[in-house]
Design a protein around this ligand. Sequence first.
Ligand SMILES: [Cu+2]
Length: 315
Amino acid sequence: MSAPKIEIDSLWLPKASSTLAGQVDTAWNWAMANAVVFFFIVMIPLGYFMVKYKKKSDADVTSTLAHSTLIETVWTVIPTVVVMALFFVGLWPYLSAAVPPKDAFEVQVTAQKWAWTFTYPNGTVSPGKLVVPQGRPVKLVMSSTDVIHSFFVPEFRIKQDVVPGMYTTMWFEAKDVEETAVLCTEYCGTGHSEMLATVQVLAAPAFDQWLEAGDDKNLPPAEKGKALYGQWACGSCHPIDGTRGVGPSLKGLYGRNEELTDGSSVKADENYLRESILVSTAKVVKGFAPVMPAFQGQIKDAQVDALIAYIKALQ
Ligand SMILES: [Cu+2]
């Protein structure tokens, strides 16, 4: 897996690396400060009264409380002012997050069980890795091919549901050249916790270069396939060590005779592997459920070739 490392170096908020993050943190800090202050305002008198008014004998009787306009006004007005203040502290970052700048660079995000794919305006497809320019607003137009997922980049303080049959959008501007993680935060099945991607922030010239060439560093096909296997999180279902996963292991698969659910059998050659990647449920191996998502339309021919080359190398 080329899954990103998520370093937890603080029990407080993670690093704030988008332009929005500072505003979100300010709102969060205000809410937190209020919660802490009011915790003590309530708890200290509560403790004091518990001791002071402890029942000491059977003769102790609770006095009848009369209504007090002063106290009722105070405990209505103060919380109202505090809540209104918090509303406006939160409204500002909410509005900034909701409206993407007009000149934002657009990236299409496709979620599926259990991987993220990023498609760029020039046709570059980047599975499992969102590469973005530093200091330039990026707008994500997101959709899912199966169930509801949720796109979450903790360091950018952005999170948005990704829903089948409609588009949701979100934007951010990355401040630092760095790598950080994308997580899925909507439980979406067995591979949910493995549904990770990397965000790589590049300085503008390096980004333009990447956009032209993609990640294709003239690797041999099997190496490219190995990278794709990691980026698409194929390993969350298909182990490569011969053990059984949600799907069959890919070790020694090429050339093997596979028994299918309909009783027939098939030789795992290039055409079978290609069909199984594109229309995954066409020929399901006996003993496995037809749960693999179809990759037709999401994957380029060259990527299928690379994956097949990788599977062939797993002997
Ligand atoms: Cu998910």
